[in-house]
Design a protein around this ligand. Structure first.
Ligand code: NAD
Length: 264
């Protein structure tokens, strides 16, 4: 049997962090090495397992990465810089799921990849990674003859629209067809500008109730259409992908990796 991978969870008190603590506890392929919270967190020092209701883990909420072989962080833009700096200082590979990072933070991540392995994905779902591959394959085969429309749906509280994943899928469509995404991705249709322009890629957003996240890529041809849909039902989808990424990243040379690389 292979040894369990020691994982540090950074942002351990957050929604994703807590799910990760539960998933690591339930999976013999991993062992919790550290549960990192922000400096001054009110629960600093408390047992991480007790905080999330899974019994004593022996790993207190703390500020260091311990003996981790890999770190997984979901801290958002506010915690990202500290998470990255911690991994660089300790030479620990980083899986990052933080979204809404600015250009400077993305550049820091890219620069860090010359010293440690990094895998960043704004959507850690394995299903979405596969959807991207299927979409690329379909768009290469059908070319610009197919009218591509992307429809995404999320819960009523989502701050951004269209979703980062919807836009990433649109970019992937454009690139698969040799188009410049900036010139062909269209997120509004209204008034005199409404009619579809040949080759454009539409992205539409629905916001309702507690939808976790749905993305459909529709390819319309004359007489037929193909629809590729992914539905995330709960956060565990992102946790599973993040842990698969963590396992993949251990012992890799420094560099930038993508979820897609898991199947290469
Ligand atoms: P959250 O607010 O519940 O959790 C974030 C946690 O990070 C908080 O507990 C906060 O105290 C902590 N934190 C902040 N600074 C820190 C630091 N310096 N060190 C350690 N911890 C620190 O948010 P969430 O719902 O768990 O989401 C976190 C991020 O992950 C967001 O950017 C969200 O959009 C993203 N997210 C990504 C995916 C994906 O698939 N990539 C999925 C879900 C959420």
């Amino acid at each position: 049997m292979t040894e369990p991978v020691p994982v540090a969870v950074v942002g351990a008190a957050g929604r994703m962090g807590q799910e990760l603590l539960r998933a690591i506890h339930a999976d013999t392929a991993f062992v919790l090495a550290a549960a990192v919270v922000r400096p001054g967190h009110p629960e600093l020092g408390r047992d991480s397992g007790e905080v999330v209701g899974i019994g004593r883990s022996g790993i207190p909420l703390g500020e260091s990465l311990g003996q981790a072989a890999v770190a997984v962080e979901f801290t958002g833009p506010a915690g990202f810089d500290a998470a990255l700096a911690g991994c660089l200082a300790a030479g620990v590979p980083l899986v990052s799921g933080s979204t809404a990072l600015d250009a400077t933070q993305m550049a820091r991540l890219e620069a860090a990849a010359s010293r440690i392995p990094v895998l960043w994905a704004p959507n850690m779902s394995l299903g979405v990674a596969i959807l991207g591959r299927l979409v690329e394959h379909a768009c290469r085969a059908l070319g610009v003859a197919a009218d591509v429309e992307i429809v995404e749906a999320h819960h009523r509280f989502k701050k951004d629209a269209p979703s980062g994943t919807g836009l990433a899928l649109a970019r992937r469509v454009a690139e698969a067809r040799g188009q410049d995404p900036a010139a062909v991705v269209r997120t509004h249709r209204d008034g005199a500008e409404a009619p579809r322009v040949a080759g454009e890629i539409g992205v539409a957003a629905l916001r309702a109730g507690d939808i976790v996240g749905e993305h459909t890529v529709l390819l319309g041809l004359d007489g037929e259409r193909l629809e590729l849909t992914h539905r995330a039902q709960d956060r565990r989808a992102f946790v599973r992908g993040a842990l698969a990424a963590a396992r993949f990243l251990v012992d890799r040379p420094p560099g930038t990796y993508r979820l897609d690389d898991l199947w290469d």
